[in-house]
Design a protein around this ligand. Sequence first.
Ligand SMILES: [Zn+2]
Length: 166
Amino acid sequence: MTTHIDERCRACGGRVLPVLWGMPDVEAMEAAGRGELIIGGCMSEDIEFRCECGATAYDVDDRRVRPFTLDDARHYIDEVRWQFAKTMPQWPHEYTVSDWRPELREMFLDFVRLIRTDGVVKPWPADSPKPRYHHTYLEIDGWDYWTMGDPVDDTELINRARVGDG
Ligand SMILES: [Zn+2]
C-alpha cells in the first residue's frame, strides 16, 4: 500500500491514492473526503492506485494502466484538422483547437492528459542558454505534441512540430 505514496499525477496534480472497491461504508467515505483513498465505483477492478482524474493509474501488478492509449491518441490526431501556424514560419508547427470539434472535447482532454503524464520536459529554444519555455512534449510517429501548460480543463489548443524542427 506504500508503493505510490507521495506520487502526484502530472496531469491533474492530485495524489495517487489506493482505490477502494465495492460499496463504500461511512468510514471509507470519510477517508475519501480526507483525500486518503479513491472510491472505485464502477471502474475496472484491475486498478489498485489512481489519481482523481484517472490519467495516472496502476494495476495490482504495479503496471501503468492508461485510460487513453497512444492508439486512442492516433485516432484523435487523424480525426481533427491541423493548421499550419503562419505567424511563426521560422518555427514550423501546427495546431488544433478544441472548439473546432466541440463534440470531441473529452478526447481532446484525454489527449492533453496523456501528453502531460507520458511526455518529457524539454527547454525551448533547445540551444538557448536561457530557454523561454519548459513544456512537456509527447512524441508520436515523428511529431512532438505539446500544450502551453495551463490546467488541463482550461486547455484549448494542442501544438505539434516535426521532431527535429525545433
Ligand atoms: Zn490525474
